[in-house]
Design a protein around this ligand. Structure first.
Ligand code: SF4
Length: 304
């Protein structure tokens, strides 16, 4: 029997025994997406995690996502199959930085992209994802100063869509920063019929080349509904597997070769099996952090 088939059987057996559910991000490797009970973007995963009734959540993504699941559903056991799966952007700001920013800008509202640690979320007013950042910022009274953390590129895209000037932190996603406008323009020359869809974590030059700026969930919806048959995709390549699976008659080109987040590729079938076998690696957070971070995440969930 093929080794993967044996591992999949074992995972399914363990899932039943432990009453577990597998949640996976759109950037995970193909096999992980295939075995997951739910695959989605940060907003979809947050909503799903908060609704889970199983005892155990195996979270296939990066650490801040598994922490978000724990914060939104704290009585569940949340496991991440590879404890080294982090996010460089989330590590570009810490709770001390946020406290300092608030001191420097008293009265400002702090809007925080979910790509941030639990400690950071515990010190902000409201979280957002790339799917609802514009709506979140639009909801803030015009006379309030806004601090947007940690992604300067998402922040500047939101500024362009809301006509709000914000104080932007200097974080960014190295994977999306790797995408450059020249490569996207070249791809468009090679595939003139294709529509360009890019993620708002890309820099503003890349965003200028795009037909649509969308979260990964937004890309899936748009590509399905669009009459267009070809698309150039400006985000992590993991999404292309799902785009192709859901739209077999359409063609999806990565905006550039090797748009890969190494952290999103750390989890595989073996690690999911070991995670379920040994209950590793459990996400544990202090009660006060859960309580405070939950408020900012619950506010975010109102903007679906
Ligand atoms: S793709 Fe970028 S933002 Fe997402 S986990 Fe990787 S480094 Fe972080």
């Amino acid at each position: 029997m093929n080794n993967n088939i044996k591992i999949i059987e074992e995972i399914n057996k363990l899932k039943k025994e432990k009453d577990a559910i597998i949640l996976a991000h759109n950037y995970q490797i193909d096999e992980v997406q295939d075995i997951a009970d739910y695959v989605g973007d940060s907003l979809g995963l947050s909503i799903k995690a908060s609704e889970v009734t199983n005892k155990v959540i195996v979270f296939c993504g990066v650490k801040f996502m598994a922490e978000t699941a724990k914060i939104l559903n704290p009585l569940k056991t949340v496991l991440i199959p590879d404890k080294t799966a982090g996010c460089p952007m989330a590590d570009m700001i810490n709770a001390k930085d946020v406290i300092e920013l608030k001191k420097q800008h008293p009265g400002a509202i702090v809007v925080c992209y979910v790509n941030s640690s639990a400690e950071v979320k515990a010190n902000v007013d409201i979280c957002c994802t790339s799917a609802n950042a514009v709506a979140v910022v639009n909801s803030i009274p015009k006379d309030r100063e806004i601090i947007f953390i940690p992604d300067k590129y998402l922040g500047s895209y939101v500024e362009s869509q809301t006509a709000r000037k914000m104080m932007l932190w200097h974080g960014y996603c190295p994977t999306h920063a790797f995408i450059d406008a020249k490569s996207v323009i070249q791809m468009k020359k090679d595939h003139p019929e294709a529509e360009i869809l890019v993620h708002p974590e890309c820099n503003s030059e890349v965003i200028k080349t795009a037909d649509k700026v969308l979260s990964t969930g937004g890309m899936l919806k748009y590509a399905h509904e669009s009459p267009c048959k070809e698309f150039i995709i400006g985000t992590e390549i993991g999404i292309i597997y799902r785009l192709q699976k859901q739209n077999p008659g359409k063609i999806f080109y990565p905006a550039k070769n090797n748009i890969i987040c190494p952290n999103m590729k750390l989890i595989n079938l073996e690690k999911i099996m070991w995670s379920l076998e040994d209950n590793v690696y459990e996400i544990n957070l202090p009660g006060n952090i859960i309580k405070k971070a939950r408020l900012s995440l619950e506010r975010m969930k109102e903007f679906v």
